[in-house]
Design a protein around this ligand. Sequence first.
Ligand code: ADP
Ligand code: MG
Ligand code: ZN
Length: 613
Amino acid sequence: MKDDNSYIKRIIGFIAVSLIGVLILNALVVPALTKAQTKAKTKETNYSFFLNQVDEGRVSQVKIENDEIRFEVVDEEGHSQLYTTYKMDDPDLVSRLHEHGEIIFNESFQENSLLVNFLVSWVLPIVILIVLWNLLFKGMAKHIGGNAMAFGKSNAKIYVKAQTGKTFDDVAGQDEAKEALEEIVDFLHNPSKYADIGADLPKGALLVGPPGTGKTLLAQAVAGEAEVPFFSISGSEFVEMFVGMGAAKVRDLFSQANEKAPCIVFIDEIDTIGKKRDGNLGGNDEREQTLNQLLTEMDGFDGKKGVVILAATNRPESLDPALLRPGRFDRRIPAELPDLAGREAILKVHAKKVKTEEDIDYNAIARATAGASGAELANIINEAALRAVRNGRNLVNQSDLEESVEVVIAGYQRKNAVISQKEKEIIAYHEIGHALVAAKQKDAAPVHKITIIPRTSGALGYTMQVDEGEKFLLTKEEALARIATLTGGRSAEELIFNSCTSGASNDIEQATKLARAMVTRYGMSDSFDMIALETITNQYLGGDASLACSPETAARIDDEVNSIVRTSHEKAIQILRDNIDKLHELAHFLLEKETITGEEFMDILNKETEPAV
Ligand code: ADP
Ligand code: MG
Ligand code: ZN
């Protein structure tokens, strides 16, 4: 009501101002303008020319003014021309003009048509006024509320299909996540199907998973498939310097979204704003306000209207519980690291973008990349293509892919690193130590490749083991075999050179980590039962563990870990001692070749040979 009133007032005011404006214009500006215009078109001439033209009957109108005479001459072709001439003291003039009855005499001189006159004196001023009015109004608005208004603008970008260009076909593996998201897309396409049966669709879905598993990609694919407006904003964009901005942005984002419904709102890296609120005084006020606003907005909008909120994070455990309760992000869509089939599919999707030879064995590459994320696999394909170009080929082949797996795992080859013969020998024995211990235990994964070419990651050589198929469980025997294999490198050094080197530091780290997990989390030790002694934080980001036990227990854990590693180490030494001939033979073979394959290794190991040279 109040709004209507002020609107009418404004219109009346506008009309009044316009009328006054037009009157003023007509009284002052228009005549002056007309005069100036006329002057420009008028030629000066002498009196006798004037009389001459009158006699010839060419003059159509005449106006006698104080000191000059203005007249219009129309020639045979119908062109008219205005003239002025000086007024003479000529008493005959009036009667002379009267003789020519067709001359319009001393009436208001018509230079333009009536229509033009009307336009100039009435319509034009009104148009000008409207323009002025608008400019003025906008300027004022800017001045008064401008800053506050710009403050509230969110930078949410609207993605439409053409822009993301991604569809579900671009996302390989992740079938469960795709299925859940396809339902949302379907809802946006025909909401009535769901409304008919009375189902409410989740208002929000949270994509969780380690980095590089395709969460952002999935959200873009949803946008591409849904063909509805797609608002995308990253959590960090909410948190900006000015207090109140984050909250204002949330408000603005949702009001935009409500206008554009059905649509999708995507908040990437939501943990930046959605962190648990804590009771600390002087906490991050700005962030909490933003979060509160987000919670309020999510309650406030009507789920049936078709606004779906997607968010992605790799730290779901740090999110505020209020955000996760039903009615907000009540659906959790995991994007896990891909399994064997998933890795193969991802490799194939990305391989479509590069030119490859016909007979690529993607399964072999997928087997060699256990634990790699989608982003890493995409990177492997790209590295392979780069390598092909470097080697002057125009198709990617199997060896490019295998080499790029190693590049991604261990870095580039350091071909010109200078390593002394003595050290090379130690490295060769070390690596064969790993491989031999692995090969002689039935629970260890087969050896795939051994190399002593140093890498940019700092590795001086490594032994690659590749499982035959996908493994989801780790048995105690496998864990112990793994630890024994890790100690195999050092064991060989001790056995052959009677000393040890720093080269085993990475092996030690890994062996300790695994042994520790066996004790504290897997319940695989002799002295503890099924007790969780450690909890995992940051599950998707490296998985740091924090102890949850008394200091005495912690000391016992250390003892237990030590005894597991020691037993395995002794076992490894025993295996090598039993196969010392093969150890020498293989180490010399590796030293000579620098890189050997799993088959070459097994051939030498399995053939009945006389002692090595
Ligand atoms: P995040 O989960 O960290 O948001 P992204 O969605 O940004 O990961 O993924 C990074 C890149 O990794 C993608 O652009 C894509 O090239 C590749 N990628 C990740 N997962 C997949 C997948 N399942 N299928 C195909 N490509 C993937
Ligand atoms: Mg992402
Ligand atoms: Zn090693």
